[in-house]
Design a protein around this ligand. Structure first.
Ligand code: CIR
Length: 254
């Protein structure tokens, strides 16, 4: 059975890192939305495991950034934000019962939100959070599984998967201007609607469904017109803190 590793919303979530000083996330609504996200994964056939929150890490619900499964190895990251580095310990404790572990070491930094698997390739965002040294270390690990790693510099947004979201075997939704699209050669590109800029996010599930953000309904309809079975879900409180649909889980496919 496929597994989904999630981490609860901490009581400190209203102090999560935000790139723009707008409103802060509302914790009780965030918890409701997180529960519905967990239910959607459960309904899609995932065995959902919830790691307790640690209030000393306001961003710990964004568990995706703390580890990447590549080949048969779990790579424990070294998050680019110093205040998030300690989040990896709880993830590591869970993953070490399932996988051999590798670690991104200093001076490398890597956030899981920059790592995008599509087809037989891994695209890695070079971003505010992921540096060349981190990418080089991931490339070394991936090469032992013959998995090619392609670097994509990211502008304007936090992570690669803030702006490039897989919705099919070779189709991605892209926020115009955030990446050089010629680096995504071989992929079919659909642009995020201009009036929904930075609002679209998606998470492909093993049952073929794709969770999509309800805050980007027109982009989601365009994805549905490609024949994709989309399931809208509201994660507004996580979007306020620069999160999307991928960032709240680590999916371990069977
Ligand atoms: C941060 O700035 O690190 C968090 N507030 C948001 C992280 C989102 N992570 C992700 O999309 N993978």
């Amino acid at each position: 059975m496929s597994k989904a590793l999630l981490r609860e919303v901490p009581a400190s979530f209203d102090r999560a890192l935000v790139s723009e000083h707008g409103r802060r996330p509302r914790i009780s609504l965030a918890r409701e939305q997180h529960l519905r996200y967990a239910q959607a994964l459960d309904e899609a056939g995932y065995d959902v495991e919830m790691i307790p929150a640690d209030d000393s890490y306001p961003d710990c619900v964004f568990i995706e950034d703390t580890a990447v499964i590549i080949g048969s190895t779990a790579v424990v990251t070294r998050p680019g934000a110093v205040e998030r580095r300690g989040e990896v310990d709880a993830t590591m404790e869970h993953l070490q019962t399932m996988f051999p572990l590798a670690r991104i070491e200093e001076p490398g930094t890597l956030d899981g939100g920059d790592v995008m698997f599509i087809g037989a390739t891994v695209f890695v965002g070079r971003s505010q959070r992921t540096n060349e040294a981190g990418i080089a270390q991931l490339r070394d690990i991936a090469s032992s599984f013959d998995i090619p790693v392609k670097t994509v510099p990211v502008q304007e947004v936090l992570h690669l998967k803030s702006a490039v979201l897989p919705v099919g075997d070779s189709t991605v939704v892209v926020t115009p201007g955030a990446v050089d699209e010629s680096l995504l050669s071989g992929l079919q590109i659909l642009h995020e609607a201009q009036h929904e800029r930075h609002m679209f996010s998606a998470l492909r599930l093993s049952n073929g469904h794709v969770l999509v953000t309800s805050t980007a309904a027109d982009t989601a309809s365009a994805v549905a017109r490609l024949g994709v079975n989309v399931v809208p879900i509201d994660v507004s409180e996580f979007q306020v803190a620069d999160g999307g649909l991928t960032c709240m889980s680590i999916l371990i496919e069977d």
